[in-house]
Design a protein around this ligand. Structure first.
Ligand code: ADP
Ligand code: ZN
Length: 731
């Protein structure tokens, strides 16, 4: 081995960053055989062995005899310089220590362990005695892709047979079963496998992206188009361009429930399934994905936001599908917005970003207007499908008895769809049976014991559930306050109650309720979605879950039960969110040849947001919204950060908050203002009281260094936790 600036000989001092909550790099001696900069290593820390990464030469300057040695270098690709820059900058932006960033970047179990083995299947030498059609399909698959190793599941899926067919062939020697290390490369995707013929619009967008990808280097593109216009088709072509250029691609989806459908589409387009990365993936698969991404054995990863921290060897494209979706904001631990981090990562590694949406976030719209992002528009829907007709139902004129929410006008529209053999979707963005449970004798409302939230009745699960902490209680027989029996009653509609009402109004109809917590597993949910798509329901009752990406070809009516729901409250993003959600839900109607209608039940049909939804004047809506934000000096026209202080003791959190607000000199220096302390949007979670300060700074201000100086001066009591939320979702 030779010494160089990137290599340390055995015994040389190296600085190692560990994923432990220590805010500094520790010195060790390079192990026998030396190590590269970026190498992942195992080092002793006190009595333990921990994972670390070699960041550079050690600092020295103390008793060198005490420096311990690196135990071993892990058998994984070292961290690329780009990855390190990315972690550093992402950490600086979110005010997160590097150790926590390293933790994000190494979230794969058993990284250093030798790989375990698994069985894979290849073509054998013998002929099977009896060649059934199913057996022939298995042999065809293996013959067609002789260079590939298939797992039992991959092979039987691909051939469309049960695993016993494969096992039968193994017994006869027609297929070989061999042991291979688990961390094997993913099957190769073929960019030319089954390209669709694109429409003129789609073609123009795909060509623009192809040019950018071939040119190499960084760029961000907003790909805008109504639901069903073919955004996915277009960005799959961008993935193809990236694969042809020999680089890797990452597609981020906002919801795990959408992955299965997407994987099937990728398989149809590229002939094989890509790597997957999200919380539903097994530990061994996670580890395989992490390693293969680093070694180049994974060409495409489909995943949740944390996939951004995978160690790609040569990332050339990041797609953020439904880029406006609020689930891209991580609200726990390191607070980051995956959309912004995607742009950061791409700008460092010279990749293209595609932000796809029917209703882009205001931030992205403004960046496109300002020319920072390229904008590509897909005009019409693919094929004969047209945007649904949008109509308001003025609830002030509807004759509706108490505890009923489906207006006579809506009822008539649904009845008509049933007659025609078409589907209707009734949308309400509230999980559970009823949002409030109240005692009719004393007015007491059942609240969560640990949070500042009401308990929501879930009749399906026969429990009260807190939507903040997930805590549950049985439905009380008698009022916890006045102890009168049999008086606890639901108030207001949730998705389950709406389902009940629909079933009562249409006793002959098949009603399917689609709410995330009604399914024990992702598989059950997937099955329900498939059944609906196949026409096995007349009325679908759904929450936000159905607003996202599913394809229901028979659906021609979308009824929004409470279009005003999101407009209440003082949240400045409320208008944007309502606009996006309503347009998105409405877009579910009429995707195939049948034209669709969307009806919005509202008590304020003249509200500017409702009007903008109905007229579909998106540009007008964005312009007005942007003007309002500019006027208020809030993002994206100013900078904001939230400081959340939490403690079991409310007074303590407030006291520290007040102290912070008084010592705001570093902030005043950059022209920033502090508001609060005030109870946080979620004021109590899991028994901890939460207090928030909001910091507002001018657009060009160096906010993070000032924040670091400001909170750095604070000595925190042990019971208190502080987290910084740059660009908070609500303000
Ligand atoms: P979006 O992502 O904008 O919602 P999709 O890409 O999912 O739109 O397209 C909507 C539907 O139309 C999908 O079923 C897709 O396969 C089909 N589609 C879109 N463009 C084409 C095309 N050029 N050729 C064939 N089918 C297409
Ligand atoms: Zn709770």
């Amino acid at each position: 081995m030779t010494a160089g600036p990137d290599f340390f000989d055995a015994g040389a001092l190296v600085g190692v960053l560990t994923a432990q909550p220590l805010d500094r790099v520790l010195d060790y001696r390079a192990p026998e055989g030396g190590c590269h900069v970026g190498a992942f290593v195992e080092v002793p820390l006190g009595p333990r062995k921990v994972l670390g990464a070699v960041m550079g030469p050690g600092e020295g300057g103390y008793d060198l005899a005490k420096v311990r040695s690196v135990i071993r270098v892990l058998d994984v690709a070292p961290m690329a310089p780009e990855m390190r820059t990315f972690l550093q900058k992402a950490g600086d932006y979110t005010l997160t220590p590097m150790s926590a960033m390293l933790r994000l970047a190494t979230r794969a179990p058993g990284l250093g362990d030798p790989p375990s083995m698994r069985k894979v299947y290849r073509l054998g030498y013998s002929e099977p005695s009896r060649l059934t059609e199913a057996r022939q399909r298995v042999l065809d698959v293996l013959e067609g892709q002789a260079d590939q190793a298939f797992t039992l599941k991959e092979l039987s899926d691909e051939a469309g047979v049960t695993s016993s067919v494969v096992k039968g062939l193994v017994k006869q020697g027609a297929v070989d079963e061999v042991d291979m290390p688990r961390d094997t490369p993913y099957r190769r995707l073929d960019p030319g496998h089954a390209a669709k013929e694109l429409t003129e619009d789609q073609c123009a967008c795909a060509a623009a992206l192809d040019t950018a990808i071939r040119a190499g280097g960084y760029g961000t593109t907003l790909l805008r188009g109504v639901t069903g216009s073919g955004k996915t088709e277009v960005y799959l072509e961008a993935v193809a361009s990236t694969l042809r250029a020999g680089r890797q691609a990452l597609v981020l989806l906002p919801e795990i429930a959408l992955t299965a459908e997407f994987l099937t589409r990728v398989q149809a387009r590229f002939g094989a399934k890509p790597a997957e990365w999200h919380s539903g993936v097994t530990m061994t698969e996670r580890r395989r994905c992490w390693r293969m991404v680093g070694e180049g054995g994974a060409q495409l990863v489909v995943g949740a936001r944390s996939a951004l921290f995978l160690p790609f060897r040569d990332l050339g494209l990041i797609v953020v599908d439904e880029e406006h979706d609020s689930s891209y904001k991580q609200e726990d631990g390191v607070l980051y917005n995956a959309r912004d981090m995607a742009v950061l990562r791409a700008s460092i590694c010279g990749a293209q970003v595609v932000l796809a949406s029917a209703t882009p976030s205001l931030e992205t719209w403004v960046n496109a207007e300002a020319g920072k992002y390229t904008r590509l528009d897909l005009g019409a829907r693919f094929g004969a499908a047209v945007m649904p007709e949008l109509r308001a139902i003025d609830m002030r004129g509807e004759d509706l008895p108490g505890n009923r929410w489906i207006s006579p006008t809506m009822q008539a529209a649904v009845a008509q769809r049933i007659e025609r053999g078409e589907q209707s979707l009734l949308f309400i963005n509230r999980r559970g049976y009823a949002p409030v449970t109240i005692c009719r004798a004393c007015g007491h409302q059942v609240g969560c014991d640990h949070c500042d939230a009401r308990m929501v009745e879930h009749r399906f699960q026969k429990r009260l559930i807190c939507h903040q902490c997930g805590g549950t209680k049985p439905m009380p027989e008698k009022c916890p306050a006045c102890e009168v029996e049999g008086k606890m009653a639901p108030v207001g509609p949730g998705v389950e109650r709406l389902g009940e009402e629909a079933a009562a109004l249409f006793p002959e109809a098949r009603v399917a309720t689609l709410s995330s917590d009604m399914f024990a597993s992702a598989r059950a949910l997937k099955e329900q979605i498939r059944a609906i798509a196949a026409g096995e329901a007349d009325i679908i009752i759904g929450t936000q879950l159905v607003a996202k990406g599913h394809n229901f070809p028979l659906l021609t009516l979308v009824g929004v039960i409470d279009a005003d729901l999101g407009l209440q409250g003082s949240d400045l993003r409320a208008a944007e969110r309502t606009f996006q959600l309503m347009r998105q839900v409405a877009g579910r109607a009429g995707r195939a040849e049948k034209p669709g209608t969307a009806m919005l039940q509202t008590f304020q049909p003249e509200h500017p947001v409702i009007r903008a939804i109905l007229t579909g004047d998106e540009e007008g809506f964005w312009r007005a919204e942007a003007e309002e934000r500019r006027h208020a000096g809030v993002p994206p026209f100013g900078r904001m950060a939230g400081i959340i202080l939490s403690s079991p003791d409310m007074q303590e959190a407030f006291d520290v908050g007040t102290h912070l607000a008084r010592t705001d000199a570093p902030l005043r220096q950059i022209g920033a203002q502090v508001f609060g302390p005030a109870p946080a949007p979620i004021a109590r979670v899991r028994g901890r009281h939460r207090v928030r300060l909001l910091v507002k700074a001018p657009k060009g201000a160096a906010l993070q260094p000032a924040l670091a100086q400001w909170i750095g001066a604070l000595k925190l009591p042990n019971s208190l936790r502080l987290s910084v939320d740059i660009d908070p979702q609500s303000f």
